[in-house]
Design a protein around this ligand. Structure first.
Ligand SMILES: CC(C)(COP(=O)(O)OP(=O)(O)OC[C@H]1O[C@@H](n2cnc3c(N)ncnc32)[C@H](O)[C@@H]1OP(=O)(O)O)[C@@H](O)C(=O)NCCC(=O)NCCS
Length: 174
């Protein structure tokens, strides 16, 4: 399968149904899923995968698999999804890593690659990351990706009102 893009340490490729067990390492980890307020059920993991396979068909992008170049291990997901931010359609960079790969710079490496792919290949003028107000690790990735806070929105998810900050960065026009 050809990669979407690669970085110094990662190959970024589409998810497939064979990834369900490794997707579960993050999506069914209650600590990694703190911002979503619950660990996913088996059905929710399958729905997550199918939603991304649908995005590939309909949008041409979605969340992708992050594979370590050195050992071929699946370490998490990063990619681009269409989102609504206070009525505005935006392209979001999202990222979720398995916990044993946190604090090694993989998320920012993948997110910077996603930003370059959005700007250079898809010619998207601005990319966003929409982040729950208690998710400081994710905010740090957005800030390191050159983003600034543009506003706040409330997401209603899992029966909870969750304030989210909208971070974004615009493509430089030379
Ligand atoms: C959000 C998430 C991906 C961030 O992971 P992370 O490990 O904090 O971020 P990075 O992979 O970019 O690693 C950055 C850290 O690695 C360190 N680091 C080590 N080697 C590095 C390198 N070669 N390059 C860059 N940073 C490096 C940095 O100093 C930084 O340290 P810190 O954690 O003390 O700040 C992770 O917390 C996660 O998966 N959370 C659950 C899912 C989630 O909430 N996703 C976001 C939804 S909006």
């Amino acid at each position: 399968m050809s990669p979407i893009y690669s970085t110094e340490r990662l190959i970024v490729r589409p998810l497939t149904s064979a990834d369900i067990p490794v997707l579960s390492n993050t999506l069914q980890d209650p600590i990694a899923m703190a911002a979503y307020a619950h660990a996913f059920s088996d059905q929710e993991v399958t729905d997550w995968l199918n939603n991304n396979l649908r995005r590939y068909q309909e949008d041409g992008y979605g969340l992708w698999a992050l594979i370590c170049k050195t050992d071929g291990q699946f370490i998490g997901q990063c990619g681009l999804t269409n989102q609504n931010f206070n009525g505005q359609s935006v392209v979001e960079i999202g990222y979720l890593l398995q916990r044993d790969y946190w604090h090694q710079g993989y998320a920012i490496e993948a997110a910077q690659g996603a930003k370059q792919y959005a700007f250079d290949t898809l010619h998207v003028p601005e990319v966003w990351s929409i982040i729950r107000d208690n998710n400081f690790a994710s905010m740090n990735v957005a800030i390191r990706n050159g983003m600034l806070v543009r506003g706040v929105t409330i997401k209603h998810y899992y029966g909870i009102d969750m304030p989210h900050y909208g971070f974004s960065v615009k493509r430089e026009v030379i």
